[in-house]
Design a protein around this ligand. Structure first.
Ligand code: SF4
Length: 920
């Protein structure tokens, strides 16, 4: 067990954690790596921007002069590439690098030389690197084409925000609007801060500070929108952007039911600010579930970030002769000062009197005005740095458009849908946030390649020939030029766009609006294509791309080079958003009732099976194991059951047994029940749904119950299998439960259920692999349930893979808020009186058993592992997770396993000696 003391609102608290798994690593570090580092003759690490927060920064900065840290913002990988490329024993310094560049064939295409050129930003026209040739103390413009700084703006909105690290919340902010020539607009200049004292480190002072922030930000946004301004928003550094994002998310995720309904309007403003600030969410918001979405989206370049981190733009294109990273004083001395002519301006803007790097150091309990002034001074500094950036650029080139390819669109302030219930508003927001992040991630490859000037992220191809052509769809063969670096997976989705291998081609790919064409297969400005085949010859790899090639038809000549980029394809986000709006309009929404308090909903069954009948029903499931029987019994009395199925527990098989037993033994006991029972099945993947339906079919046959109920799989006509005697296939629209002549089990994806959720209601919904299904998507399945007696079964293992979430800055909820942004299973597992559980609850302490509340029961039998293997799983799932095949042996005679025999035996030896690091 390890522990650290962390500051929190209630003072310093001890946080403990299990260290078992990292002990071998700690041991290796102490016994091998640390002695090597300590005894090294030269220091192997280098000073860099990561050193910013280190207290030795000033000392190391002095020592770093003359080392390769003189190439600022050098990543660890780049530093190691330089060390490998430059032939020298020991540490490489800047002199060695200069000698290397002077003595090699710099126009060589050898990969080492290419790498060095990229790292030192070698300029082919000027035949120099701005880092190596810099003899002056004045900043130089590097001249790399970029999409992260605007060509021209009408207004610049500058934001500063600072963190109180003790409570991980901001203590002050400033917002200031400037015209494009740097003139301040006083009516949009605001700052606010809390005084440094314990009473200000509370949730209510945070809400009050953020209230004034979102109010003034929204005002500025509305003004920019009204003016139709081509505006951008700037912060100085990444941590300010992260702080703004985290603070808004914290505000949005507060629970008004627990705090006060009064925070709902503030949360609504925060959502609007969030989605208008980050990425180009406005494009998504403009859609508003309208099929006619295209009309809202402007032409020309779009989908660039609205919020710009100035430090990134400086590190990318400004060379300042200092090691590691640029401090504000460096930017002032070498970049801003030389561009200011007037002495008055020089004196009034000189940041040397105020420590702009760390306004926190000057934060005190006495003088709010002084803090606000310092915060505003930081926005002023950012403003002059932006102006200096443009003047350096103008000195560098007359053709600004060749360097800055991005011109902001007219500012649109997108209103966020208003919700009556805040859970739905949050789910709506989260669904949009995920879509926008996902789209931005796909687009990032094109932007990177544009800056690098070659296809590094995109796949470089050579056109070979057309394989098949008809009037609207064509298959063409291309040769992959760089076959090693890309994983080529085939499918029928038009996941890719094709563009020429040139700066102009990449620019076209950047201009391709992923959001606008997210549901389109044709009529897009670039060919949208499916990778349907990979032909791996011994000499080369060829691929077949299928789709419309018209847009590039004239360029498709033998050996012409192209790039293939992933695009954002999304048919579902709009459906989920529309459904959340519909749920919000309902008076008594079932989804909401379940999300709010699943334990209470679970007990709301109007009628329970009488004890006598229950005993009869349970006597019919004698073949069930004790834990299977316990779960089945619970389901007779409750509406919600979460079945926690660890690996090997036979979850699918149990679900099949349960469905068969329920329909053939329990339902006949309910004499008053006239209509046939409908059980729905859904999951995150088609494979999971098919597996479960097939398993039910096997059990049904084995028990001679094929006449008792029907198995139906919803599918589209094009994907329907031609033959199956056991399962009936139909489209969702063809389903009509009212005319069902038998009990029916129906499987379909969330999107199949989405087509019928407002028409057909069912008796039981089974969500398989519920730990992988997002709550917003699961709402579709919940809405299909019969309002008065519908039951919900969620099967899965929350200890295994969760849902795929795109946002690294996943919004964290307070401890008393249900986990509605994660998996359905985790969200609905609630202990009595506890609205959520946190990840600490996952880990068992010695002798402890898991408790995930009254609606969760675990399958306790491991059918797949012998005692030896199961002993490891007992540490995770509890001592009562028992092996049902205690003496199961691995069959090493099996050809697939024979090569693993020696490895397995070595693993067991390492395992028993607790040396997990050697277990393969
Ligand atoms: S400033 Fe110096 S001591 Fe601190 S992290 Fe950087 S190199 Fe290490």
């Amino acid at each position: 067990m390890g522990g650290v003391f962390l500051p929190s609102i209630d003072g310093i608290k001890q946080q403990t954690f299990s260290m078992d798994f990292i002990l071998p690593r700690v041991e290796r570090f102490l016994s091998e790596e640390l002695p090597r580092i300590v005894s090294a003759s030269e220091v192997p690490w280098h000073y860099n921007h990561r050193c910013k927060t280190c207290k030795f920064v000033e000392d190391c900065r002095k020592d770093a002069k003359g080392t390769i840290a003189m190439i600022p913002y050098l990543s660890v990988d780049d530093a190691s590439d330089l060390k490998q490329a430059v032939p020298k024993e020991g540490e490489v310094d800047i002199e060695d690098l200069v000698n290397y560049v002077n003595n090699i064939q710099i126009d060589s295409n050898v990969s080492n030389v290419k790498k060095v050129k990229q790292i030192i930003r070698y300029n082919e026209d000027r035949k120099q690197s701005p880092y190596l040739e810099s003899k002056t103390e004045n900043a130089q413009y590097i001249g790399i084409p970029t999409a992260t700084f605007p060509q021209e703006t009408d207004h610049n909105l500058i934001i500063a925000m600072f963190l109180d690290p003790f409570v991980s919340r901001p203590f002050g902010w400033a917002i200031c609007l400037y015209t494009n020539d740097g003139k301040i607009m006083k009516e949009f200049q605001h700052a606010d801060s809390n005084l440094k004292s314990e009473k200000n480190e509370t949730l209510s002072s945070f809400i009050s500070l953020m209230n004034s922030f979102v109010t003034h930000l929204e005002e500025a946004f509305k003004y920019l929108c009204q003016e139709g301004s081509r505006a951008c928003i700037f912060v100085y550094e990444e941590k300010e952007k992260t702080l703004i994002q985290d603070s808004l998310l914290e505000l949005i995720t507060l629970d008004p039911d627990k705090i006060s309904k009064d925070i709902q309007p503030i949360q609504h403003k925060a959502m609007q600010c969030f989605l208008n600030l980050f990425d180009d969410c406005s494009l998504l918001l403009a859609i508003k579930n309208d099929d006619n979405e295209n009309s809202e989206i402007p032409d020309g370049l779009r989908e660039f970030p609205r919020l710009i981190v100035l430090e990134h733009s400086l590190s990318e294109n400004i060379a300042i002769n200092v090691p590691g990273f640029y401090q504000i004083t460096d930017v002032w001395e070498q970049m801003v000062k030389p561009t200011l002519k007037n002495d008055q301006e020089l004196n009034s803007l000189d940041p040397s009197n105020i420590d702009l790097e760390s306004i926190y150091a000057t934060w005190d309990s006495m003088n709010k005005e002084r803090i606000n002034k310092n915060l505003l001074f930081r926005t002023e500094f950012v403003n002059v740095a932006i102006q200096a950036y443009y003047s350096l650029l103008k000195k560098f080139t007359d053709n600004i458009a060749s360097i800055l390819i991005f011109s902001p669109q007219k500012f649109k302030f997108s209103e966020v849908q208003k919700f009556n219930h805040h859970y739905l508003g949050k789910l709506y927001f989260f669904t949009q946030f995920e879509a926008v992040t996902s789209s931005s991630q796909k687009r990032a490859d094109r932007l990177k390649d544009f800056v690098q000037g070659e296809a590094i992220c995109g796949i470089l191809l050579e056109f070979d020939e057309f394989v098949e052509e008809n009037h609207n769809e064509t298959i063409a063969q291309f040769i992959v030029c760089d076959e090693t670096s890309h994983k080529l997976e085939t499918n029928n989705f038009t996941n890719f766009i094709l563009t020429e291998d040139s700066a102009e081609g990449t620019r076209e790919a950047i201009c391709f609006s992923d959001m606008k064409y997210k549901k389109k297969f044709s009529g897009c400005p670039l060919p949208v294509l499916a990778l349907i085949k990979v032909v791996d010859n011994s000499e080369s790899i060829a691929i077949h791309l299928k789709g419309e090639f018209q847009k590039k038809r004239s360029k498709l000549q033998k050996n012409a080079k192209f790039r293939l980029y992933k695009r954002y394809l999304d048919f579902n986000t709009d459906k989920i958003l529309g459904m959340l709006i519909n749920i919000d309009k309902q008076k008594n929404s079932l989804s909401l009732e379940i999300l709010k308090d699943p334990n209470a909903w679970s007990t709301s069954l109007p009628e329970k099976l009488p004890e006598k009948l229950k005993t009869i029903a349970l006597n019919k499931c004698d073949s069930f194991t004790p834990s299977q029987k316990k779960i089945s019994e619970a389901l007779l009395e409750k509406r919600l059951q979460i079945i926690w199925g660890p690996p090997g527990s036979g979850k699918t098989h149990f679900l099949a047994l349960f469905v068969t037993w329920y329909l053939t033994e329990v339902i006949p006991l309910l004499r008053e029940k006239k209509a046939n029972t409908i059980i729905g099945i859904t999951a995150n993947t088609n494979t999971t749904i098919d597996n479960l339906l097939e398993r039910i079919s096997v059990v049904q046959k084995r028990m001679n119950k094929t006449d008792d109920f029907l198995l139906v799989r919803m599918t589209t006509r094009s994907t329907r299998p031609s033959n199956s005697n056991d399962i009936t296939y139909c489209t969702p629209q063809e389903l009509n439960f009212k005319d069902a002549y038998k009990h029916t089990v129906v499987g379909g994806t969330i999107w199949d259920w989405h087509k019928i959720y407002d028409k057909q209601k069912i008796d039981i919904m089974i969500i398989d692999e519920g730990s992988q299904l997002l709550v917003a998507n699961a709402c579709v399945a919940l809405e299909c349930l019969n309002q008065t007696h519908g039951k919900l079964i969620i099967a899965g293992d929350h200890m295994q893979l969760g849902p795929i979430i795109q946002n690294t800055s996943h919004p964290a909820f307070s401890d008393d808020h249900p986990l509605i942004f994660g998996s359905t299973q985790q969200c609905l597992m609630r202990k009595v009186g506890d609205p959520s559980f946190n990840e600490d609850d996952f880990f068992l302490k010695k002798g402890q058993n898991h408790d995930y509340g009254p609606c969760t029961l675990q399958l306790k039998e491991n059918w797949r592992m012998n005692c030896e293997l199961n002993s490891f799983f007992q540490e995770i799932y509890g001592d009562d997770y028992i092996s049902k095949n205690r003496n199961l042996e691995w069959d090493f005679k099996d050809d697939d396993l024979s090569h693993r025999k020696s490895c397995y035996q070595a693993d067991i030896v390492s395992w028993k000696s607790n040396d997990f690091s050697k277990v393969k």
